[in-house]
Design a protein around this ligand. Structure first.
Ligand code: AMP
Ligand code: ZN
Length: 456
């Protein structure tokens, strides 16, 4: 069996994955807060952990992996959106949930086995908060229930900070009723016009962090194998999840391996509305960028490195996928090669795995190429075959110039040069069609414009 090693944020080391139960490998990933379209950055954890899910299914069997990703459908941003738009919360969250699933499906992401909504698990959250109060880890104050960070000695261990450092470095919400400024909200009161549920502490709603602890426990048990999310969630969200779950169930491990993807940038800059480089997944799809291309660009960078989205990378990705689609067309279904799997099992090194696919393509090992593409989530060959593989403007210009030169060479009866140019086109996989009104060209299955460079 392939041994999978994953970088554990908690130990800051690559660790061998030893599932608690190899018959049911369990993974939880924090999902979106549903009030708006997912931006391109939000898609990165989805694609990263979808790829890990596929690897786990490959190694342990499709029926032996349970993947949970939640929807946060109660949150102050959602309440604010409802107030601004005059639309009911339920309409906003269900519409946004649908959009999210459609957009992520376009990126080839499988649906997780469970996609719990926070509002469907309020009872479990109330029960857990009750346990925390009973255990002396939480207290009621000012209509709120707060988690007492000083009651958990390992608070801060995931991100490697002490409570004192956190207070100094973080923007903490100061509230007179907090015993320690780092104490965080488990439950808060709701006004008449805000969503709320009855609880032992009055009508209110949960703080954000408790939902993941409660839903992970409900669906995966007290201890499970992998917990993932973007590295912006490490603190405070994941630190708080650990504190809640470990204090409510001290005998459990909660998550054994913590994985965090780095952030996405656009053309070298942080994606932000004020810089004018903010866009959603849907914006890109609507502009005609195929979902497979977005996925391929994402997987070309290792998940623990910052990833830069550029138009140039998208064009290269499309050219590569179009070329590979032509190569594997009609090829037998195959298995991923051992070196490809080794890269994948080495902390999900998709960058290295893609390098192995380039090697397979070069060696015309179409079965290994097809098997690898399948495991990376590019199994739908008809989708791939539809990719046009946009030609870079420089290459277009070079090809046109060569076609003109060939026409002139022929007119001047310089057949040696005309034949040379024919060979250049053949080497670059370019098919030339001669007609009365001039010649045109199209890409053949072995289209490789880099060959134009070598042959002058
Ligand atoms: P949110 O809906 O803001 O809680 O974010 C949902 C997921 O998207 C979380 O796992 C975040 O870590 C992740 N995320 C947000 N922005 C980025 C970004 N620029 N790059 C990568 N992941 C991101
Ligand atoms: Zn979470």
């Amino acid at each position: 069996m392939v041994e999978i090693r994953l970088h554990n944020t908690k130990s800051r080391k690559k660790e061998l994955l030893r599932p608690l139960d190899p018959g049911n490998v369990r993974m939880y990933v924090c999902g979106p807060t549903v009030y708006d379209r997912a931006h391109l950055g939000n898609a990165r954890p989805v694609v990263v952990f979808d790829t890990l899910y596929r690897l786990l299914r490959h190694v342990y069997g499709a029926d032996h992996v349970t993947y949970v990703r939640n929807f946060t459908d109660v949150d102050d941003k959602i309440i604010a959106r409802a107030e601004q738009s005059g639309r009911p919360i339920e309409q906003i969250t269900s519409e946004t949930t649908e959009w999210f699933l459609q957009d992520m499906a376009a990126l080839g992401a499988l649906e997780p086995d469970h996609m719990p909504r926070a509002t469907a698990h309020i009872a479990q959250m109330i029960a857990m908060i009750g346990d925390l109060i009973a255990g002396g880890h939480a207290y009621e104050a000012g209509g709120h229930v707060l988690f007492a960070v000083e009651s958990y000695k390992d608070y801060g261990a995931l991100s490697g900070r002490s409570v004192e450092d956190m207070i100094a470095g973080a923007r903490v919400e100061v509230a007179p009723y907090k015993r320690n400024p780092m104490d965080f909200v488990l439950w808060k009161p709701s006004g008449e016009d805000q969503p709320g549920w009855d609880s032992p502490w009055g009508r209110g709603r949960p703080g954000w962090h408790i939902e993941c602890s409660a839903m992970a426990r409900e669906l995966l048990g007290d201890s499970f194998d992998i917990h993932g999310g973007g590295n912006d969630l490490m603190f405070p969200h994941h630190e708080n999840e650990i504190a809640q779950s470990k204090c409510a169930h001290p005998e459990s491990d909660f998550a054994r391996i913590w994985m965090h993807n780095e952030m996405l940038q656009v053309e070298g800059r942080k994606m932000s509305k004020s810089l004018g480089n903010f866009f959603t997944v849907r914006d890109l799809l609507d502009q005609g960028v195929p979902g497979e291309v977005i996925r391929f660009v994402f997987l070309s960078t290792h998940y623990r490195k910052p990833m830069d989205w550029t138009a140039e990378k998208a064009r290269e990705a499309e050219a590569t996928l179009a070329k590979w689609a032509a190569l594997v067309a009609g090829a037998e279904a195959g298995e991923p090669s051992p070196p490809f799997l080794e890269e994948m099992a080495n902390d999900l090194n998709t960058h290295g795995a893609i390098a192995e696919l380039h090697r397979a393509a070069k060696n015309h090992d179409t079965r290994a190429l097809r098997g690898g593409l399948e495991l990376l989530g590019f199994g739908d060959l008809s989708q791939l075959a539809a990719l046009k593989g946009e030609v870079a403007p420089e290459d277009e210009a070079r090809i046109s110039a060569l076609l003109d030169e060939r026409a002139h060479a022929r007119a001047a009866r310089d057949f040696a040069r005309a034949d040379q140019i024919r060979d250049i086109f053949a080497a670059a996989g370019i098919v030339v069609m001669d007609a009365k009104d001039g010649a045109s060209w199209e890409k053949g299955p072995d289209f490789d414009p880099s060959k134009l460079e070598a042959l002058k």
